[in-house]
Write a protein that binds this ligand. Structure first.
Ligand code: KQY
Length: 363
């Protein structure tokens, strides 16, 4: 049972905890659609299994899967992972799942509107009706009561420090393909009401060529309150250079909700990763779905990692920067075990490890 609630989390004393705080568990979805995942999603499924096995060593994990893929998913995943049948249009639990808020003794959910990253003006596929119901279905299974927020928002477009500060990008949240009738102030007011935040850090743009319109979870995240990691490049010829410089300046002058200046750590991104001919040819072309073309640059970033209890699961690309990213992140969070998972197949679908996971905070 999950009740639809009146009011807002803020009025009721609930807040969104930082992802780095304790979790009850994690939810993921199983990849399947052949017009986003090459070769009938087989290689992506293997990568999701690796993420799932790694993550489930740290905390309880549930994977939602369609009826058609139930046996395949169940047989591919170890028994410590709960597999439930639940329909969706694709597999981005970060964006379609609920945002869970806590008052310290109980959890509630925020269920945002979802329009597939831009609706009919630049969205990535249509229809998205099944995705839009995922948050509600998860709250039913978890028996968590739910607020319906009147705002188009994906979980990957926000990060919070759990102490009143929210990090996002203008490129995404102010994009006319999300909430065209709302001003920045009106959007901030909704975020304040539904996440209980009071201070907003607006980065400009996200990772170069990110099909989500620059989700913050690919460019910058909180390591803990007061400390952020920013995707970086030293290559002045890379269009990412200017984007990261711009964001660094914004972070440098930012103050969080507690009045603190931020400690900023630069994490050098991998060298540009392009879609190969073979990878492109493995994806079925469907009208209205973003094509995967040979030579297109993928939005690769180590920042798209996921915190779990006592650990962090970090994308790896077989790139010369992989090791450094792992070492830097491990140094930044010595209390956690930082683990790399090869994630090119997830990247080929348009996101990464953070985008395919959604936490249920702890109490
Ligand atoms: O990065 C994400 N949060 C989701 C990416 C969606 C890509 C759909 N093809």
């Amino acid at each position: 049972m999950s009740q639809l609630l009146e009011g807002t989390p803020k009025k009721d004393g609930y807040r969104m905890p930082g992802e780095f705080e304790k979790h009850t568990g994690t939810w993921m979805l199983w990849p399947e659609r052949p017009d986003n995942w090459r070769l009938g999603a087989k290689p992506a499924q293997k990568a999701f299994v690796e993420v799932a096995k790694t993550l489930s060593q740290f905390e309880p994990l549930t994977i939602a899967v369609s009826q058609a893929q139930y046996n395949n998913a169940r047989n591919s995943l170890p028994g410590n992972i709960r597999v439930v049948e639940l329909s969706s249009n694709d597999s981005w639990m970060r964006d379609v799942g609920p945002t869970i808020v806590s008052n310290g003794s109980s959890l509630r959910a925020v269920d945002w509107d979802f329009n597939a990253w831009g609706g009919l003006q630049g969205g990535l596929y249509s229809p998205w009706d099944l995705d839009d119901l995922v948050a509600q279905k998860v709250t039913e299974i978890e028996r968590v009561d739910r607020y319906k927020a009147p705002l188009v928002l994906e979980g990957g477009s926000i990060h919070v420090d759990g102490e009143g500060t929210l990090l996002t990008t203008c490129e995404c949240l102010l994009n006319k393909n999300r909430n065209p009738n709302l001003t920045q102030t009106e959007i901030e007011n909704y975020l304040s009401d539904y996440l209980n935040v009071s201070s907003f850090i607006w980065l400009n743009r996200g990772i170069y060529n990110d099909e989500t319109n620059g989700h913050v979870d690919n460019i910058c995240c909180f390591i803990r309150s007061g400390v952020v990691a920013l995707a970086w490049t030293d290559d002045k010829a890379d269009p990412q250079f200017e984007i990261s410089q711009e964001n660094f300046k914004i972070l440098k002058s930012a103050v969080d909700a507690k009045g603190r200046k931020l400690e900023i750590h630069k994490i050098h991104q991998p060298n540009p990763i392009l879609i190969t001919k073979g990878e492109s040819e493995g994806v079925i072309v469907t009208p209205g779905t973003l094509p995967r073309q040979e030579g297109d640059r993928l939005a690769a970033s180590y920042i798209n990692f996921y915190f779990c209890n006592g650990g962090a699961v970090v994308p790896q690309f077989n790139d010369s920067h992989d090791k450094l990213a792992l070492e830097q992140l491990q140094k930044l969070m010595p209390e956690r075990k930082v683990v790399g998972v090869y994630a090119r197949e997830i990247l080929l679908g348009g996101g990464n490890i953070h985008c395919i996971t959604q936490q249920l905070p702890g109490l």
